[in-house]
Structure formats: C-alpha cells, structure tokens
Design a protein around this ligand. Structure first.
Ligand SMILES: Nc1ncnc2c1ncn2[C@@H]1O[C@H](COP(=O)(O)OP(=O)(O)O)[C@@H](O)[C@H]1O
Ligand SMILES: [Mg+2]
Length: 697
C-alpha cells in the first residue's frame, strides 16, 4: 500500500478586472497575495503581510484540454490501472467549477474533465479488447443534506433519499443505480441525463448555479489480459463537482435558494473541519457530520488517488473568498491517502484453474497408488452399496462385535463418510436415549424414582444386618443371646450350676449354645415352671443336653441349623444384590449429572454437532448397562426378599418346635429323675412370681 499526497491545482478564472494583489509564479507553482496594497471596490483588508500559497500547478488562461492533461489525466490512467481516483472541483460560486468538470456545451473544445475522462476510458477499452474492460456509471447529487440518484430507472413522484454505507472499507451508496455502458456515447448519454436532473438556480453571480454537490462515477473492471494471471482489477473514478460557497449578500438570493446556499455553506464548512482534523492528525475525523464528508471519506484519506482543483475568481472583489479557498487548498495539499490496486479473483478463470489442478492431482494419486501396490483404490463418489457396507461395519464396531481394524481407511472421502455414519449412529442413539428419558418422565432421576422400580435397598439397614443364628434373638421375641440384667432375674442358688456342669454330656462344648431366655414375647408353649428355678447357666446346660443327647433334639437342632444357614446365605445374596442395585443407582445418577453438564455447555457454546461425540456415546452405553443392572438387581432382590420371609418363618417354626420339645423333655426328665428338684433350694413364692425380663411362667 503506497501513501500518496492529494494533488492540489489552482485554476484562476479569466477576468477583465484582474486583481493587482494576486501574483502567480508559474515556474514555482505559487500564488502570492500582496495584501499591503489597497484595492478599490473591495472591503478594507485586515491582512498585513504577503501570503504565498504553493500548488501542484496553477492554471490561468489555459484551455480545457490543458486542464485535463495537467490535472486529470494521471488519475484517469491510475483508474485504468486498478486504483480508485477522485477529482474534485472546489471554490466559490461562479468561479468555474462546473465549467472545469463538465465544460461548456457551446463548443466541443470546451468540454470538461468528465467527457474527456469518459473518452479516455473508452479509448482504452477499444484499444485493448483483450483486457475485457467493463464500465458502469452512476450519477448522484447531495442536495439539502440528502443523496439522490440522478439516473433513476423509474421516474418517481418523490426522489428517494439514498444512504451512504461503508462496505469493506469503501463508501458505497445503497440503491444507487449503476448503468452498464458499452460506449462513450452511452456513458455521455447517462451523464447528460443526470445533468438535466441536477438542481440549479440562477443568482447574481451564476445564471446556472449548481445547488447541489454532484458525483459522476465510472466503475471500471479490467481483466489482466494474460492467460496465466486470473486477476481482475475493479476501480472507480469519482468526478465531483462541488457546489460553491456563497456570500448571501453577494449572490442576493432569498427563499429556497437562500436555504440551499446556507446548507451548501454548512456542508462545505464540515468538509473543512474534516480536512482540518485529518491535517492535524486528530484521532477522530468527523466524516459522518454531513453527507458530503461521508461521500468523500475515501477521497480524503482512504483507498484513493485524489486531485483537488481549486477554482478562484482572481478579482479584488472576491479576494476574501479566494484567500479562504487557497487556505483550504493548503490543508488538503498535505493530506495523504493510501491507494492500492483493487484486485479481485476472476471466478471463471479460477474455476478453470481448479478443474485443471484437480485433474492433475487425480493423475498424481493414480500414479502413487500404482507405485505403492494399491491400484484398485477409487477416489470417485462413494456408491450407496459402499456406504451401506461401511454402515454395517460401524454398527458391528459399536456393538463390540468387531474391532476398529474392521473399518477400512483408504482415502479421505471414505474417512469423511465414516464420520458422517458415526454421526448418524450418534443421532440414532441420542434419539433412543431421549425416548427412554421421555418414557421415564423426563430424566434418569425420574426413572429412579419411578414407583414400579422403587426398591428401598440399603445394605446397612437394620434388616440386612440383623443376622439371626440359632439361639439368638429373633423378631418374634424369642430372645437368645444378651443376658437380662442381674437385678431382673431370680436370686437362684449357685450350687445347681456345679451339679449340672457335672452331669452334662461328655463332648458337649460348654458355651456352644447361647442362653435361652424369655425377655420378649412368650413362645406358643409355656415352659415348665421348674425350668425357671434354675439359673441361666444351668438352663443352658439342660438345653444343650437336650439338643445333643436326644434324637429328637438332635434332629430338630440340625433342622434349625440347616434353615438358619440357608437363611444366612439368602441374606448374603440379598446384601450383594443391594450393593449391585445401589451401585447401578449411583452410576445412573452420575451419568445424569454428566449429561446435564454437557447440555449446559452445549447451550453456552455453539457446540459443533457435526462431529461424532464419542464421550456422549459411551455415556449412553454406560447408562443402558447401569439401567439393565438396576432392573435386573431390583427384580432379583424382590424374589430373594420373598424367599427370606419364608425362610425366616421356617426358622421361627423350627425354633418353636425345638423349644416345645425341649420343654417336654425337661418336664419328663425332671419328673422322673427328680434329682434337679432335690438339688435346688426351694424358691420363695415371691421369687417365682417375678421371673426375668419376660412373661411369668
Ligand atoms: N475558465 C473559464 N473560462 C471561460 N468561462 C468560464 C471559466 N470559468 C467559468 N466560466 C463561466 O462562468 C460561468 C460560471 O461558471 P461555473 O462553472 O458554472 O461556476 P461554478 O463554480 O459556480 O460552477 C459559466 O458560464 C462558465 O462558462
Ligand atoms: Mg457549478
């Protein structure tokens, strides 16, 4: 990107009363205003020094052609070379801006910059047909702070106020008609059509004074012309004829024309402010203050080569306006723009190049495959058969029926297809999961809370831990094990203990069976009263003797032990099932948490759903497994629980039977042998009436 200074030229309008204060040095391209001299006719001048204003060139008494050559030619050539260009005419009203830009229709030689630029561009188009130059033209005016199309396609009752917008760093007028023109005549036809629509009004200084700023634009597209280069340059030439600043007293206008003049002055003042800000290097340049500055943004500091032609009336009467215009020109003179050649790709040529490149690459691939012994690989579009074969392999892989090696990876097209098929599988699984969640009322939590699966399982519960053994406590109140407090039992003599220990059967291990007691509910059969006359150890000894020495006791004890062992096993199974089901429950809850988290993340970030979400897929698999484990476990637990209840009842029955038999045996034994009674100290009635911790016999 090259920075280039805005070129500023001065054109002095020929006058029959030239100012003696104005001195032009054509060699040095400067104009000096000698303000010390007194001038007749004009107001008193406050200036007290000579002022020298340098320009790129000063045109005085030159023909229109010379003006074009000196000021405009280079910009037009640059536009043909792909740069954007702007030529502006600036100055007080009647100073010759329109004459410079448009020219005079009275003589062909008086034609201005616009027709000459049009002529040059079409001359190039004709001279270089291989460049395929295409031209479009537009014509607009900024009138009373509105932008209007001077080439409307339809005559509208009220003109449409257009909007200037910045597009890709360049100012664009939305809705402005751009006419495609093939010839110079066609372009000029549109130009004159626009001229007819321009707002003009007569006043004291100009019979055809422009009441608006006008911009005629030529859009030029040019191909490189070389087959090897596929570039197209796209540039535009803005030819701007500004409305002139007016001293209302001098133009002697009123009404609408006065209002127009005020708005013109205002917009020119904004232009000066923008130029001032640019010249001072201020951070903010108020381009948006007016339509004119918005339109000229590129020309004053953007991607554009710009030329300003300041028109001045070199008479003493207009010295103030002239000095003011010269000052403005000096500020503009130091502005820099950054013009670049506007290239864009030629779609047709690019397509041709790609087709050629693809064909070359295909040949390259075929050669490489032949050399590496894979001549059968196809790079064409996959057929429906290939696609369904791949789908089957993916399904087998996902079902863990086949390994990753079963999925062929031969070329990029196939890999892309595999991704699509994985995505398809993922979508299907997601649908399945969502259906599942819907069926269970919204989510894994609801699923878990569903009544039909709701099993209150807790391995640490009282029931699960309440392991019953022979002679231990059962729930019916047959309490075996803990000893009743000392103060709650009868005060039995100690001597029978020794007696019973002495008569106990050989081989009977003392303490193998725990103490029988009646702390809770009574057994169905009342124990013999004399059993209570014995102390606890003695009673246990007697019970043990019954169980180990009598057939009936042995059988019943064995039966009880078998049932108890069975019960214990079932309880163990139930405990394991509890763990399984609770693990599954926990797993489902965890998966739910992760899925929720993922959904939240998806909501926050635009998640790219095009890719296969492997993690989600595994989560769903785990969810399915956990759900199956939960359902299976819950069902089994139900069955085991029923078994447990039956077994518990059977154990209770066995215990009952054993106790009844023991009581009978004890009664018979003590009745016929009588030695126990004899050994015992007779009990007081009070003691017999208050047995330990249970119902009185
Ligand atoms: N350099 C010039 N040579 C001859 N006639 C000129 C020149 N400059 C301006 N004029 C004439 O002066 C009149 C006003 O000029 P114009 O270009 O319309 O002024 P404005 O600056 O307001 O656009 C026109 O009739 C035009 O022909
Ligand atoms: Mg004009």
């Amino acid at each position: 990107m090259g920075h280039c200074r805005v070129k500023v030229h001065l054109r002095l309008r020929p006058s029959c009363r030239p100012s003696t204060a104005i001195h032009v040095d054509h060699a040095a391209h400067t104009i000096r205003i000698d303000v010390l001299k007194q001038h007749g006719g004009g107001p008193p001048k406050p200036y007290n020094d000579q002022m020298v204003f340098p320009f790129d060139s000063i045109i005085q008494s030159s023909c229109q052609e010379a003006v074009f050559e000196q000021c405009a030619r280079q910009v037009v050539e640059d536009v043909l070379g792909g740069y954007n260009g702007t030529i502006l005419t600036y100055g007080q009203t009647g100073s010759g801006k329109t004459f410079t830009m448009t020219g005079d229709t009275k003589a062909y030689a008086h034609r201005g910059i616009v027709p000459r630029a049009v002529e040059r561009i079409f001359a190039e188009k004709v001279a270089k047909p291989e460049a395929g130059i295409t031209v479009h033209v537009s014509y607009l005016e900024v009138y009373n702070e509105g932008i209007y199309d001077l080439l409307p396609q339809r005559r509208l009752a009220s003109a449409v106020n257009l909007v200037a917008m910045e597009d890709n760093g360049l100012i664009e007028i939305k809705g402005l008609n751009k006419m495609h023109v093939n010839t110079e005549e066609e372009a000029m036809k549109y130009f004159f059509e626009g001229e007819r629509h321009r707002s003009v009004a007569p006043h004291a200084l100009n019979q055809m004074s422009s009441r608006s700023h006008c911009v005629f634009t030529m859009f030029v597209e040019r191909h490189s012309g070389l087959r090897t280069l596929q570039e197209v340059t796209s540039s535009k030439l803005n030819l701007v004829d500004l409305a002139g600043s007016e001293r209302l007293k001098r133009t002697e206008v009123g009404g609408t024309t006065k209002k127009e003049a005020m708005l013109i002055n205002k917009s020119l003042s904004f232009l000066e402010q923008a130029v001032f800000a640019l010249r001072q290097g201020l951070g903010h340049v108020p381009f948006r203050q007016s339509r004119l500055t918005t339109l000229l943004k590129d020309a004053l500091g953007g991607n554009c080569k710009t030329v300003l032609i300041v028109c001045a009336w070199a008479e003493d009467f207009f010295l103030d306006e002239t000095i003011s215009a010269l000052r403005f020109a000096q500020r503009v003179k130091y502005l820099k723009t950054s013009a670049v050649i506007n290239k864009k790709a030629d779609a047709a040529n690019t397509q041709r190049r790609y087709v050629r490149e693809i064909s070359e690459l295909k040949q390259e691939l075929a050669l490489r495959d032949a050399l590496t012994g894979r001549p059968s690989i196809s790079y064409d579009e996959l057929t429906e058969e290939t696609r369904s074969a791949l789908r089957e392999r993916i399904q087998a892989f996902l079902a863990e029926e086949a390994g990753i090696d079963s999925i062929p990876i031969e070329n990029f097209k196939q890999v892309k297809e595999l991704f699509c098929l994985f995505k398809e599988a993922q979508v299907s699984l997601r649908g399945e999961l969502e259906k599942l969640l819907r069926d269970y009322g919204g989510g894994p939590d609801t699923f878990l809370n569903h009544s039909q699966h709701d099993v209150d399982i807790n391995p640490g519960s009282e029931e699960a831990d309440d392991e019953e053994c022979v002679g231990e406590l059962d729930k019916e109140g047959f309490h075996v094990g803990p000893v009743a407090p000392d103060n709650a039992r009868p005060d039995l003599p100690t001597s029978p203990h020794a007696m019973l220990r002495a008569i106990r059967s050989p081989g009977l291990k003392y303490g193998e069976d725990t103490l029988l007691d009646y702390n809770k509910a009574p057994p169905a059969v009342a124990p013999p009263p004399n059993l209570w006359e014995l102390d606890e150890d003695t009673r246990n000894e007697a019970f043990s003797e019954f169980k180990h020495t009598t057939d009936e006791g042995r059988t019943q004890d064995h039966e009880l032990r078998t049932k108890t062992a069975e019960l214990r096993l079932r309880k163990q199974t139930a405990r394991e099932l509890c763990t399984t089901v609770n693990d599954a429950k926990l797993e489902i809850a965890n998966i739910k948490k992760v899925l929720d988290e993922q959904s939240k993340q998806s909501a926050r970030v635009e998640f790219n759903n095009q890719g296969f979400d492997e993690q989600k897929y595994h989560l769903m698999q785990r969810f399915r497994e956990a759900r199956s484990a939960y359902q299976r476990g819950a069902q089994e637990f139900k069955e085991v629980k029923t078994d447990l209840e039956l077994l518990q009842q059977e154990v209770r029955d066995c215990k009952q039977k054993l106790l009844e038999s023991f009581f009978r045996w004890f009664e018979v034994k003590t009745q016929y042998k009588g030695d126990l009674q004899r050994l015992m100290t007779p009990l007081s009635p009070a003691r017999i009436a208050s047995p330990i911790g249970g119902p009185k016999p």
